[in-house]
Write a protein that binds this ligand. Structure first.
Ligand code: UTP
Ligand code: MN
Length: 564
């Protein structure tokens, strides 16, 4: 599949006529094909440029889009708003009374799927914002002539508004698809076609995080994430038309990189002493931004200066500083597999039916990670209690653990208002991993797949990890016969296991957007423990991740496509 430049992508779209919009601007409007459907796009949280883009897209496809709210509107479409927020807004801005309101309040998903299908789809319950307005509960009857079709059925991403040309030998097929602003509605694999831009945006996000500027951190992280999900490399600014989550600042950065190859703001940050020092200090296990900043303000710059200073360190930070060299080398897939085996053997000594699962980045098929995340559960709920203490004690006496800090379960029953952190019993630890065992497992693996070339044929982009691989070599070249590795062990009661697995698989942004989607589109509260439906006032149990996606009305995204 190849992608052609965007300008050529208008083939197949009905010829547009030009008319004037309500502001008197000329805008291309296609022939109205679905007159019975009137769309009103709510600008709040969507932004005016995206709204304008979506309006034009829909009109080209023969939809009737109204600039103002009126009686002829049948679908009020909004993005990232709750039903109540939209109602309040319509009441305040447009003087629409709730009682006489007959249009459907739908999420952007309905719009994007309809654009993909090329016709208005039936409103399904997953499309509706949570406040039902009509006395009949829905206006599904409007589309009774149309056949119900879910765009999400295929393997396509859930796109809208961006035209991709798929060129085959036989013909040029035009598919018009759209990118959701929710990471949990995008499929993001590890292969990233826009690394030049995403690396720059990552630096800006990191810098914002180190300045404790949450809003900017999120804006740059979202921009970076959306570019990671694109199936093409951005080569000119027009390639970004209609793409959500790209703010003015991020666009400016991309533009500069397109023109000059680099972004001066990013270059300056990389040279900045405070940025470099805070990055160095926060790379120590147990050191957060506040502590790093404090040390910086006290005049400390390097790890050696820190070691030589009389700064009081926590037990965690002491271990972090002591093993810093090893801990900053990437953890390999083989090391992660080995640690999982070691933990499995240890827990089975005490409880044979215990299940250990590798989560985090490795479950998303990353080849390298900064730690190993293991989720532990037992099919008989309650049996898992107290297990971690026994296991950690035993492993410590066996010399397998260098540091361990167990936090008890602080889960106070199901909470409707989940905080950011989970309350599972867990152990943040540092393992002492014998290099010999790693080498043995590595040879075992190699004998299974012939040579490293196997990796290339599996499509893994080894070039992407050059830096990581170099560091691994350096770590392996050390004189000691072991390597310190960060391991998180998390204990989940069986009934919460699916939620814990989903929560610990990441990525961070994917998780954040799952929760945001649950809240804004479904009026539900999602955590690593449970899902609560605020409309029905009930918890929704799930035995699998698929079950959770189904509760949320989302298409299932497998771990390897959650690298948002
Ligand atoms: P990690 O920080 O380990 O990230 O958390 P990662 O994706 O595995 O990446 P690397 O390769 O180690 O750097 C894994 C997931 O666990 C969740 C986060 O959502 C994250 O995506 N998590 C982590 C929690 O839920 N709670 C925590 O305290 C830590
Ligand atoms: Mn991890």
């Amino acid at each position: 599949m190849a992608l052609l430049p965007r300008k050529k992508r208008c083939k197949g779209i009905p010829t547009s006529t030009v008319s004037q919009d309500h502001l008197g601007r000329n805008s291309p409007v296609g022939e109205v094909k679905f007159g019975e459907v009137g769309i009103f796009l709510v600008e709040r949280r969507m932004g005016s440029s995206r709204r304008r883009f979506l309006t034009e897209l829909a009109r080209k496809k023969g939809f009737r889009v109204e600039e103002q709210m009126s009686e002829s509107v049948t679908h009020v479409v909004s993005e990232n708003n709750t039903g109540k927020e939209v109602l309040d807004l319509l009441e305040k801005r447009n003087g629409i009374s709730r009682t006489g309101f007959t249009a459907a309040l739908v999420d952007i998903a309905w719009f994007t799927e309809s654009m993909g299908a090329g016709r208005p789809l039936e409103v399904e319950s997953r499309h509706q914002l949570q406040i039902v307005l009509t006395p009949h509960g829905s206006i599904a009857g409007v589309f009774s002539r149309g056949k119900k079709k879910s765009v999400g059925e295929g393997r396509n991403q859930i796109y809208s508004g961006v035209v991709f040309l798929h060129v085959t030998r036989e013909a040029v097929a035009v598919t018009e698809v759209s990118i959701s602003s929710y990471a949990c509605q995008r499929r993001t694999v590890l292969k990233n076609k826009n690394r030049l831009f995403t690396e720059a945006l990552k630096v800006l996000a990191e810098a914002a995080e180190l300045n404790e500027s949450e809003g900017r951190y999120l804006a740059f992280s979202k921009a970076s994430s959306i570019l990671k999900s694109l199936p093409y490399t951005v080569t000119k600014m027009e390639d970004l038309q209609g793409i959500p989550s790209l703010g003015v600042h991020s666009r400016k950065v991309i533009k500069e990189i397109l023109e000059d190859g680099t972004c001066s703001e990013v270059e300056n940050i990389l040279q900045n002493e405070r940025y470099q020092t805070l990055k160095r200090f926060t790379s120590i296990f147990g050191v957060g931004v506040k502590t790093a900043d404090k040390w910086y303000r006290e005049g400390l710059r390097t790890l050696d200066e820190l070691r030589a200073s009389n700064v009081k360190l926590t037990r965690e930070q002491e271990a972090g500083l002591l093993y810093h060299n090893d801990l900053s080398a990437p953890v390999t897939r083989t090391e992660a597999d080995l640690i999982k085996q070691i933990v499995e053997r240890a827990v089975h000594k005490f409880l044979p039916a215990t299940v250990v699962t590798l989560t985090g980045g490795f479950r998303r098929e990353k080849e390298f990670g900064h730690d190993v995340d293991l989720l532990i559960t037992h099919p008989e709920e309650g049996k898992e209690e107290g297990l971690i203490c026994q296991v950690i004690n035993w492993m410590t006496t066996e010399g397998l653990i260098l540091y361990g800090d167990i936090t008890g379960n602080s889960y106070k029953g199901r909470s409707k208002d989940p905080g950011i952190f989970d309350h599972f019993e867990k152990c943040l630890s540092i393992f002492k991993l014998k290099k010999e065992l790693v080498n043995n497992l590595e040879s075992e693996k190699l004998s299974h797949c012939d040579s490293l070339a196997g990796d290339k044929t599996r499509g893994i982009d080894l070039a992407d990890h050059t830096e990581a691989a170099q560091q691994v070599t350096v770590a392996a070249a050390g004189s000691k016969d072991w390597k310190a590795v960060r391991v998180d062990l998390v204990i989940a009661p069986y009934s919460q296991y699916a939620y814990a697995l989903l929560g610990w698989t990441g990525s961070r942004l994917f998780e954040r957007d799952l929760r945001r989607y649950a809240k804004h589109s479904k009026n539900m509260s999602l955590s690593s423990h449970s899902l609560f439906d605020n409309e029905q006032n009930i918890f929704l149990p799930a035995a699998t991740e698929e079950g959770i996606f189904a509760h949320l009305g989302l298409e299932y995204i497998p771990p390897r496509e959650r690298n948002a």
